[in-house]
Write a protein that binds this ligand. Structure first.
Ligand code: NAI
Length: 362
């Protein structure tokens, strides 16, 4: 069956990793027609915005998209494309499976966990008050009058909203995902001991939701600082982990680091109607345009996308080929740290060539 999928190449290394991903998907046998849509720093000049309406409409039409990273320009007044896309399509789940890949230089060989990150609120809500502005001073005054606490007048303020509705939705998703994937445990991560009305609410709702699933899936919770230590010492103890937005963001990079780095970490933004697949990493301006990027994360994001649209065999072929190329160890990009390199670092293109050859030989 032929599928139309929106492809947002993004900018920076996104251009290179998206092209690599297209080659690998073509080799996998899945019949995909790509509808190319623009977003990111490169399209501000043409469209006056980093996220044109026609890009959002393309995702609405096709229901599924895969996206390369987009740079968030600093100091231009533009907010993150990624955050805007997640909001406008109500992609309330950020799903990030993290697995050890033998030969990829990870610190552990037994990691197999899934990060489920709330995607719409928390400190990522983008509700901020700049230091010294009238609004910031009014807010500081209001909080003082409420008797809620004194804030220094030269403070900038970011608001951290966490709602019952969004927490129920994300925790419910985590449990349903655990059941569908044959997993055993959900862990909720929070700092409820300090932020009683935001993280405290998150924990209370998570515990309530967990009761609906107690016959099928175990549940526990961890305070975020202890969670970080536990992750670094023994990540194999975690299965499905559900987070408020910001902790999920930070934990994703931590988890990626344990299995070999950002070049390997795939992800998806999922809502009730639409899904946008993308790697965890950003646009890596330090290596953009040099053919040095590791495209594995975006290629594994494409495998998640293929599963989502029912192309399971093609997805399996891609995953098996990735495992084989890393096991061979003769085409590893420069970001992969192995004790003994069997080759000069591969380029994005030569890694992709090896992967395509592997798929074709399967
Ligand atoms: P980054 O993830 O782009 O880079 C961090 C480090 O990891 C850099 O040294 C980079 O070279 C390396 N790296 C990342 N991906 C790699 C890959 N596939 N292969 C080899 N090395 C890789 O994070 P950074 O520098 O904080 O952000 C750069 C830009 O990307 C910012 O404008 C940020 O806002 C944006 N960003 C976009 C995201 C998205 O579109 N989903 C996600 C994260 C950041």
């Amino acid at each position: 069956m032929r599928h139309t999928v929106t492809l947002i190449p993004g900018d920076g290394i996104g251009v290179e990793t998206s092209a690599a991903m297209q080659r690998v998907v073509a080799a996998s046998g899945a019949e995909i027609e790509w509808e190319i849509a623009q977003a990111g720093a490169a399209c501000i000049e043409t469209y006056g915005t980093p996220l044109p309406e026609e890009t959002i409409n393309s995702v609405r039409r096709n229901k599924v998209a895969i996206k390369g990273p987009c740079t968030t320009p600093v100091g231009t007044g533009f907010r993150s494309v990624n955050v805007a896309l997640r909001k406008s399509l109500n992609l309330y789940v950020n799903l990030r499976p993290v697995m050890s890949i033998p030969g990829a230089g990870g610190r552990y060989s037994d990691v197999n966990l899934v990060i489920v990150r709330e995607n719409t609120e928390d400190l990522y809500a983008g509700i901020e008050f700049e230091e010294g502005t009238e609004k910031a001073l009014e807010l500081i005054d209001f909080i003082d009058k409420q008797g809620a606490g004194r804030i220094a007048k030269d403070s900038g303020i970011s608001i951290k909203p966490i709602s019952i509705t969004a927490t129920k939705n994300i925790v419910d998703f985590a449990f349903n995902y655990a059941i569908k994937q044959g997993r055993n445990k959900v862990t909720a991560v929070h700092k409820a001991n300090i932020m009683k009305y935001s993280d405290g609410l998150f924990l209370r709702v998570a515990r309530d939701v967990a009761k609906d699933y107690e016959d099928q899936i175990d549940f526990d919770d961890k305070i975020v600082d202890a969670f970080c230590m536990n992750m670094v010492m023994d990540p194999s103890q975690f299965d499905v982990i559900v987070f408020p937005n910001l902790y999920g963001d930070i934990a994703s990079d931590l988890a990626a680091g344990l299995v070999g780095g950002l070049g390997l970490a795939p992800g998806a933004n999922i809502g009730k109607e639409y899904a946008v697949f993308e790697a965890v990493h950003g646009s890596a301006p330090d290596i953009a345009g040099k053919d040095l990027a590791n495209p594995t994360a975006q290629i594994l994001s494409a495998a998640m996308m293929l599963d989502h649209i029912g192309e399971r065999e093609a997805a399996l072929r891609i995953r098996s080929a990735v495992l084989a190329v890393y096991a061979q160890g003769t085409h590893l990009t420069g970001d992969i740290r192995v004790p003994e390199r069997k080759c000069e670092p591969a380029t994005c293109s030569s890694f992709t060539d090896a992967l395509v050859r592997q798929i074709e030989a399967m």
